[in-house]
Ligand binder design. Structure first.
Ligand code: SF4
Length: 218
């Protein structure tokens, strides 16, 4: 299962070859705050990372147990890593973006979304899906010494910023953290994510992630 250049997982978090490469400069950028940024996919992360880098030292947390199946998960994960590798190559050591991968356990998603299969996108199923991914991000932020956590989810025009903001604020209160409350779709953030995805030739899926969303976003 472990391949060359595998990132560390949140559970093992022993520094793998990949993670070491992307940790360069972590201690040297004292003036910037660090943030653990949950990423739903590589394409959405592009514009968010670009926007945050002038002010923050970013670590991407790729945690998406909502994705339909292992093949799709691997395609999205590969797109995320491809972007980080190519983007990081253009950055100074101080700015390089780190990467942590969460566990891909679809049962965790089905557990929280049970009974909501007929909900429309943006309904109760999505609320639980956001909570699951954002709470895990807060937990990993706590574990990795990041006071600040956020999510790329707000870059999508399909996602309710006010809801995500409320979930983030509540999690920050519960875990004693700060939520990076940014509506990334503003300032043409979504359009920029499309541009960057094209520029970096990233796989860009045509549905949100879960099996229920497969027919919705086409
Ligand atoms: S549509 Fe997207 S946000 Fe909503 S439950 Fe499915 S994967 Fe999660």
């Amino acid at each position: 299962m472990e391949k060359k250049s595998q990132p560390c997982t949140e559970m093992s978090c022993g520094k793998t070859e990949y993670e070491k490469v992307f940790s360069v400069g972590m201690e040297t950028e004292a003036q910037k705050r660090t943030v653990l940024l949950h990423s739903c996919c590589g394409p959405c992360s592009t514009a968010c990372i670009e926007r945050l880098l002038p002010d923050y030292k970013v670590t991407i947390f790729f945690y998406n147990p909502n994705i339909t199946d292992r093949d799709e998960y691997e395609r999205r994960r590969a797109a995320q890593i491809k972007f980080l590798e190519e983007y990081n190559a253009k950055l100074s050591d101080e700015d390089k973006v780190n990467f942590i991968e969460g566990e891909y356990l679809p049962d965790d998603y089905y557990e929280v979304c049970a009974g909501y299969s007929n909900e429309p996108e943006g309904g109760k199923r999505c609320t639980e899906c956001f909570k699951l991914r954002m709470e895990r991000t807060a937990q990993v932020a706590l574990k990795t010494g990041n006071v600040l956590f956020g999510t790329t989810l707000t870059v999508s025009p399909h996602k309710n910023y006010m809801l995500i903001s409320a979930i983030g604020s509540e999690l920050a209160r519960v875990y004693g953290l700060e939520f990076l409350d940014v509506d990334f779709k503003k300032k043409a953030g979504f359009q920029r994510s499309i541009e960057l995805s094209k520029e970096y030739e990233l796989y860009r899926q045509n549905y949100c992630g879960c099996e229920y969303s497969k027919w919705m976003d086409k």
